[in-house]
Design a binder for this molecule. Structure first.
Ligand code: 8DG
Ligand code: MG
Length: 140
């Protein structure tokens, strides 16, 4: 007997770690309903065909939070398998430029320090990102 299993979706995501002038990082809480509901994340979303990761990140941050940012260097690429899908998160260090953050596609937004980040529940895939942020802090 042969069993056919549909391949699980693999999402390519651009993610922004946005720093303000105080060195705080912007995090947002995902909508209560739906995938990974109510968990905190770094803003971002799916990379569309014909756009670069940098373009994706700028577009998503404008759509979700309505601010302008500068996309700088790559922090880390994280591959993670959840039960029903896989994600590749391409995480870039970014700098806040202008605009008043508004929670357009999320429940709420906060500026937090790296030390405060551990108090917020994040999805599993974010453990590696937060580790990378802590290592970066130790380098300084
Ligand atoms: N933006 C962002 N996404 C994350 C993080 N950690 C993490 O596991 N993800 C996952 C959750 C989502 O499956 C995916 C982001 O995709 P998305 O926000 O564009 O859209 P979604 O899958 O929630 O919604 P949909 O368009 O498929 O309905 O990456 C993170 O820190 N930031
Ligand atoms: Mg998103």
């Amino acid at each position: 007997m042969t069993e056919t299993t549909a391949p699980i979706p693999h999402k390519q995501i651009g993610v922004a770690v946005i720093y303000n002038e105080l060195g705080q990082i912007l995090i947002d809480r995902r909508p209560e309903k739906g995938l990974l509901g109510g968990l905190w994340e770094f803003p971002g979303g799916k990379i569309e065909p014909n756009e670069t990761v940098e373009e994706c990140i700028k577009r998503e941050i404008k759509e979700e939070i309505d601010i302008e940012i500068e996309v700088n260097d790559l922090l880390i690429i994280v591959d993670h398998a959840y039960t029903h899908f896989r994600v590749t998160l391409q995480v870039y260090n970014c700098r806040y430029l202008s605009g008043e953050p508004r929670p357009i596609e999320c429940e709420e937004i906060r500026w937090v320090t790296i030390d405060e980040i551990t108090q917020f529940p994040f999805p599993k895939a974010n453990i590696e990102i937060i580790k990378a942020l802590n290592n970066k802090k130790l380098d300084k």
